[in-house]
Design a protein around this ligand. Structure first.
Ligand code: SAM
Ligand code: DTB
Ligand code: SF4
Length: 349
């Protein structure tokens, strides 16, 4: 089978072989696949907002928002719709093309849904892509979100089915797969990925990617998070993983799901510029942009802009923007830094 073919029949031995390739060979393969489907000098930029923070009934061992652990987080009720739209406007002004709203729920309730639907409509009206992550969905809730105009639903599988029960006991892997099926059925795009650095083996990483790649359709967006060690969670003292192993995961994801956006997700604040550059070389082509993820820090915008300039990487304009307003905003910020060369070159070489 040639490199870059869209496949849904990945098996463990061949995926393990990819993980075991010499680093340079793996990166070369990933970059070759990446260039078949994407402009290698563009990254998609999304901004996150926690619309309901903390006191989550789930026990995900990595999470600052689980009510099972004392992480000292300030809990918040569901934000007002108008406040969410203001935050989305600010994200649009810095050049983000997708606004991702996250709630610390097991699932949304009937009482929550009307507000959440208004948020989708309001953000959509700004011309941004919308993404939500609200926990488990019923088929009706998935249809309602799709009708309101929600583009993406984020629901991570996090790790392999085998390792899942070491990390979460309050819901099952098949619960997660079922919600993903409802999201697809309702016609939305899927954002589903996982976390590295929770004590999982390379085999668990391979099995997570196999779960994602062997779905009937690949998730359009695959966030790969590096564990942010939150004080008070059971994983706060987990040892760091080798950055090269994190890069390997991105590269194998790129090879297995050639047309999907692979997001270099949580953990960038703790990553040096060189590791992030390798991540882009391995085929990552999406980042969270803005000073905050949901509850933890993300690199400052100015720092990210400086890195993208150094690497000659442009933020990807939304395909259907008429006025390219976001692209203009980010280019203006860059011009103000008096480092114009890369971003003024419209040839996209
Ligand atoms: N409650 C919803 C759910 O679990 O689907 C949405 C919010 S949850 C915070 C979204 C995802 O963020 C998780 O599935 C996990 O992959 C990632 N995440 C959460 N805390 C993290 C951490 N400390 N480090 C890295 N990734 C994390
Ligand atoms: C995803 O995979 N990562 C994002 C998004 N999907 C919702 C969340 C990262 C959260 C990192 C920890 C925090 O800020 O609370
Ligand atoms: Fe709740 Fe989501 Fe955090 Fe799990 S990851 S504790 S479901 S907010």
């Amino acid at each position: 089978m040639s490199l870059g073919t869209i496949r849904h029949d990945w098996a463990l031995p061949e995926v393990m072989k990819l993980f075991q390739l010499p680093f340079n060979d793996l990166i070369f393969k990933a970059q070759t696949v990446h260039r078949q489907y994407f402009n290698s000098n563009e990254v998609q930029v999304s901004t996150l907002l926690s619309i309901k923070t903390g006191a989550c009934p789930e026990d995900c061992k990595y999470c600052s928002q689980s009510g099972h652990y004392n992480t000292g987080l300030d809990k918040e009720k569901l934000l007002e719709v108008q406040k969410v739209i203001e935050k989305a406007k600010a994200a649009k002004a810095i050049g983000s093309t997708r606004f991702c709203m996250g709630a610390a729920w097991k699932h949304p309730t009937a009482k929550d849904m009307p507000y959440v639907l208004e948020m989708v409509k309001g953000v959509k009206a700004l011309g941004m892509e919308t993404c939500m992550t609200l926990g488990k969905l019923s088929p009706d809730q998935a249809y309602a979100l799709a009708d309101a105009g929600l583009d993406y639903y984020n629901h991570n599988l996090d790790t392999s089915p085998e390792f899942y029960t070491h990390i979460i006991t309050t819901h099952t892997y098949s619960d997660r797969l079922q919600t993903l099926a409802h999201v697809r059925e309702a016609g939305m795009k899927i954002c589903a990925g996982g976390i590295l650095g929770m004590g999982e083996s390379v085999k668990d990483r391979a099995n997570l990617l196999i779960q994602l790649a062997n779905l009937a359709e690949h998730p359009e967006s695959i966030p790969i998070n590096n564990l942010v060690k939150v004080k008070g969670t059971p994983l706060e003292n987990e040892p760091d993983i080798d950055p090269f192993d994190f890069i390997r995961m991105l590269a194998v994801a790129r090879i297995m799901m050639p047309k999907s956006y692979v997001r270099l997700s949580a953990g960038r604040q703790q990553m040096n510029e060189q590791t992030q550059a390798l991540a882009f070389l391995a085929g990552a082509n999406s980042i969270f942009y803005g000073d905050k993820l949901l509850t933890t820090a993300n690199p400052q915008i100015e720092k990210d802009q400086a890195l993208l300039i150094k690497l000659g990487i442009r933020p990807e304009p939304r395909q259907d923007y008429g006025d390219e307003v976001h692209q203009a905003a980010i280019e203006q910020a860059i011009i103000e830094q008096d480092q114009t060369s890369m971003f003024n070159d419209s040839t996209n070489a």
